[in-house]
Structures are given as C-alpha cells and as structure tokens.
Design a protein around this ligand. Sequence first.
Ligand SMILES: [Cu+2]
Length: 495
Amino acid sequence: MNRRDFIYTGIGGVTAFTTGLKLFSKINDKEVTQLLEDENKSNVREYKINAEISEIDIGDKFKAWTYNSKAPGPEIRVKEGEIIRVVLKNNLPDSTTIHWHGIPVPNAMDGVPGITQEPIKPGETFVYEFKAQPAGSYLYHSHVGYQLDQGLYGPLIVEPERELLSYDREYTIVLADWAVFDGGGPEASRAGHTRSSMDMMGRGMGMMHRGGRGMIGRFSSDDTPLLEPNYDAYTINGKVNKYSTPFMLKEGDRVRLRIMNPSSATIYTLRLAGHSMTITHADGRPVKPFSMDALRIGMGERYDVLIRADNPGRWSLYTLKDGTPAGGYRLATFLYKGIQGDSYSDDSFSGRFIVNRYWDMEGIPDDKIPGVKGEIDRRFNLTLSGGMMGSPYWTINGRIWPETDDLNINEGERVRIEYFNHSMMPHPMHLHGHFFEVVNNNQRKSPPLKDTIIIEPHMGTGVIDFVADNPGDWFHHCHNLYHLMGGMANVLRYR
Ligand SMILES: [Cu+2]
C-alpha cells in the first residue's frame, strides 16, 4: 500500500475508536503521525514465529522444517483492516523468508529472496508488517529453496468486517504431500526416492521408484534442480487420516470449509463422500455460489466451500483417481454426532462427478478491486515447457529462470497474459501482488478473480487479465515447487 492510502485508511480506522474526532477536520502531519501511532497500538495483531527444525508426527515421526514446531504453522487469523505484524526468527541452518500468498502486500513485504528482500540469515530476525485486506483465505510459506516441501507453510485467514455468508461452523483444511524423510521432500529426492513425471496424482499414487536426479546423465550433477520426490503420505492439518481427529458435523448444520493447498507438487480432486460442495470463494475472492461433486485444487489454490450436513454417517474425504472413486486415497474423516462404530458410510454416487472448472465460475463485483475495463494495453504470450525425458528443467518461452524474460509493464496498464502449456504436466501459475481475472469465457459478465491458475498439460491454455495497480517487482511462477526450482519463473516488473 502506498503511504497516502495507509494514512487515509488509518484515519478511518482511528475514527471508529475515537469519539469526537471529525474525519474531515484539518489534520496536520504531526497529528497524522500521532494517529498512525495510536492506530498501531490498537489495530496491530502481532505473531511471533520461529522457523526451526523440529520433529513432527503426522502418523510417522521425522524431522521437518517448521514454524513454531508445527506443520502447518500456526493459523494467522485477523479481521480485515487490521495490521498483521509477524516477527520471524530464523533458527534454521539456512536463510529463509515468508511469502504472504495471495495478499497484495506492499512489494517490500512480499518475501521473495533476491527480488523483494535479502534472505533472512540463520540467527536473524525480520519483521513483516502489512494491512490485512481484502478478506479471504490465504497461505503463508517460505520462498527459499525447497523449504516449502520441508514443512514451512501455514494458513492465513482475513475475516471480513461483516460476514455475509451464513453458516454454523467452519474448518480450515490444509492439504500437504510428504516424503517422510528427515528434512522432507528434498532429502527424499536427494536419496533417489523420486517419482516419474508420468506418475502424478490423478493417474495414481503408485510407487514408482527411480534412482538419481533424472534418467539422463547430464542432468545429474550437484547443482541441477531436484526431481519431485515420491510422496509417502498425504495429510490434512498435519495428520494422515488414520491418526487424525474426525471433523465433527451436526445434522442440519451448514459448514464452511476453507480448503487450502500448499502442497509442493500435488493437485487433488477431493470428494466428500455423501455430500456435494458449494464453492463460495476461489483464492479468497467471492464467486457466485455453485455446487459440485468433487473439488479440483492445485498447488497454491484455496477454495471456500459450504456443505450441508444432511446425510448422517461416517464419511471419507478422499481423492478421486481418473475421475472415479476407485482407488482413491482417504485424507480425512467427517463424522456426524451420534454415529457409532468404525465403518465408513458408502458413497453411493452413481453417474459422473461434476468437478469445478474455471469457466463455470462467475466472480462477484467488488468495489475495492475494480475489474479490467476497456482495451488491453499490454499482452504477453508465455509458452510453458520442459521436463522432457526426465529433465528437471522447466521453461517459460524456452528459458530457465533467472534467464527468463521480464514482463515489463507500466503502472495503470491493463495487462493480459496468455499461457500455452506444451509440456506433459499441469502448471499452477501464481502471480504475486495482484488478483487477476480468469478470462476463459468472454461472454461472462464477471470473470472470477484468482491469484493462481492451473494450466492443463498437452497444449492446455489459459488467459488472465489484471490492472497494474501495485508497483514493484513481482515474482510469477509455477507453484509446483520442483518446476519453480527447475526454472519456471519470471518477474513482472513495473518500469
Ligand atoms: Cu509447473
């Protein structure tokens, strides 16, 4: 946020607390400073977060990289308009940063090493501070190396000043993929516990061991990117299903689930047996509610859904395989109060599951985030490729980060990015610092706003539009951590 906006909103915030203060009376600079200080006292939510190696127990114990000894890290939950202040102490043996995934923070707070800040060295402390807006479901995570896959992520929820949805209870659901090695995914990969790029979720999670860092010798030196590990376990809120506490439901309740996917390399198609889900928010932004049978959610994406608890039983939240329930993986249990016994209720669904697609979603207009109106000023065509023949390198327009071309823009421009996926893997592309419109259907009056969009494999395409309204250097990259580390990244640069 720029300073002027900060001050204006700051005054507004203080007015609510201070009787007799006239918003439109003349206020000099000194008074403004005082007001800001007062506001900082009443309106700051401070969190102390220590990044440290710690043993965790997801059902199997191993040493992970954690925030406050937990993975996921502590839930940050504030009200819209409050100031989030995170005092991050780095007790790791490596440098780190935190990125506030989805929130359009001021550039210097964005947490990308080498682009928006110096990495925070071991033993150092760094203070992040920014205004929590707009309301929504977000994530925070490390943006250094493979730390995301070692456990450095957590949920961040900004509640609206006035909640418009009506529901009886809510649960945060944080999905994660684990290679159960001390040091997490990268250590598994270094040990040769990797999976083939042909063996991704959706085509099964079968074991497919393959030694080394790639099939081809020239990809196997020490400074080459790592291949995706073969994940051993999938958790929700840090536990595999067998060792988790069921999510309790009471018949008649409307329940909100904030489903977030900070997994490093797993796209899920989630089915709550016995229930449909109604999407109300995509990446934190409200959409016209629509109902589906299973939720496809890529790395970096968040969906808020409502479920109606109208079917008592013990139900699985599980992943679909090839779009069918057969061979799925049970991630969590939803249990109605009063239900006895250990056996799961049958998901007696017949027919074809309806899975969310971007072009089924319609955004809800928001005064604070005006849409992209009028002609596009600047266009970029980005071809996503790489990973051929077991290569760990992934490219944008044929180049590997940091050799990729910058996306140079001017403030105020209406920008369009068109993606073409020439590879055999899906790429959840994430843009920092901005919400974009997903332009899949020009007939739609209000395209949904998102910050992450899956570009499907085998010549898949996608188009996003946004207004350049947040100056700085913003990272733009695939949210498959191994693709990011393999080069699929560039920078949106304001001139
Ligand atoms: Cu990718």
